[in-house]
Design a protein around this ligand. Structure first.
Ligand code: UDP
Ligand code: MG
Length: 322
């Protein structure tokens, strides 16, 4: 038998949870009929909700023994919810999805098809449109992906989402990333593996409201940049070069002015010196920043490598298929 764990982080989702449960069980029942080797568990995370979310979990757990849940002592954020879910999921496969039906359960059978033969380690959706989102927000989102992919080695696909069907191997790799400030979009991409992207049109929430404010998203995107890039730390080196370049014509002008005995000679020389000294200070800060960046990355204690396949796993998959 193969166990699939469905991890669902929830924050104030009383309105959609019953709908979500109906939808997901409909889909998973269909899947167990088609693939008798499959079993499911549903692992709900209550991220410090202030509404009846926890009561609904209890009701679901009473009537369905496949339902498990973890309830946080307060709101820790979706990242923590996903981590708790991945850490406690027992499945051979783990699905991460939102409770609000913006991640349609109907994708699961197709996702399983991609992953089951070992052709892919992860199947995920990718939004091709951002309908239902304000223009300003979409613009900022695009800008974020552009900046992020310029300054970070970790590629983050525009429109990629936290709706994933993953193998145990990939989940274990993600859990090896023990960093405290978690930016899952980056982590999913950092661990690598063969990922299948499935395009789809954005779906709007049937009920409840998004818990993301514009400011919240802005802070989250800074989090992402800081978690996967140390380029901002070296930014002052760029400023140092700029200041040094500006100081050169100022000095040249000062010399010319001195020869021609212009009154501005002293002023130009002093301004040139200000820029030159500024450049030296900024350069020193930039060097500090670069060392700090190295230290920062070391402190994260990320794994040095993640293996995809070994002879051992290859032999095991062959005997499993027999
Ligand atoms: N969520 C959570 N903790 C939070 C905020 C959100 O667990 O602090 C959950 C929420 O219940 C939902 C998912 O994360 O299942 C996505 O949240 P939301 O729909 O608000 O975000 P959006 O779809 O607008 O990105
Ligand atoms: Mg949502």
């Amino acid at each position: 038998m193969k166990l699939v764990s469905v991890v669902v982080p929830c924050y104030n989702e009383e309105e959609v949870l019953p709908m979500f449960y109906d939808e997901i069980t409909k889909v998973t029942d269909g899947m167990t009929k088609e693939h008798p080797e499959l079993e499911f568990e549903f692992l709900f995370i209550n991220d410090g909700s202030k509404d009846r979310t926890l009561e609904i979990f209890r009701e679901l757990a009473d009537k369905d023994k496949r339902v498990r849940y973890i309830s946080f002592s307060r709101n820790f954020g979706k990242e923590s919810g996903m981590y708790a879910g991945l850490k406690n999921a027992k499945g051979d496969y783990v699905v991460v999805m939102d409770a609000d039906l913006q991640h349609p359960p109907a994708f699961l059978p197709q996702m399983y098809n991609y992953v089951k033969d070992g052709e892919f380690d992860c199947a995920t959706t990718r939004r091709t449109s951002r309908t239902g989102e304000s223009k300003v927000r979409s613009w900022f989102a695009r800008l974020f992906y552009k900046i992020m992919n310029k300054i970070s080695q970790t590629e983050i696909v525009d429109g990629a989402q936290d709706f994933r069907f993953m193998t145990r191997q990939m989940v274990d790799a993600i859990l090896e990333m023990s960093e405290y400030n978690r930016f899952s979009k980056g982590i999913f991409s950092w661990v690598g593996f063969r990922v299948q992207y499935m395009p789809y049109e954005n779906v709007e929430r049937p009920a409840g409201t998004t818990s993301w404010s514009f400011w919240g998203l802005f802070k989250y995107s800074l989090e992402g940049i800081m978690a996967f890039s140390t380029a901002p730390l070296a930014f002052s080196i760029f400023l140092a070069i700029l200041c040094a370049v500006i100081s050169v014509p100022l000095y040249l002008l000062a010399i010319v002015a001195a020869i021609l005995e212009w009154a501005a000679a002293t002023f130009l020389a002093v301004t040139g010196s200000v820029f030159l000294v500024g450049a030296m200070i900024l350069l020193s800060i930039g060097i500090l920043g670069m060392y700090l960046g190295k230290t920062y990355m070391e402190v994260k204690k990320r794994p040095i490598y993640i293996a995809g396949e070994t002879d051992e796993s290859y032999r095991k998959s062959k005997t499993d298929k027999k």
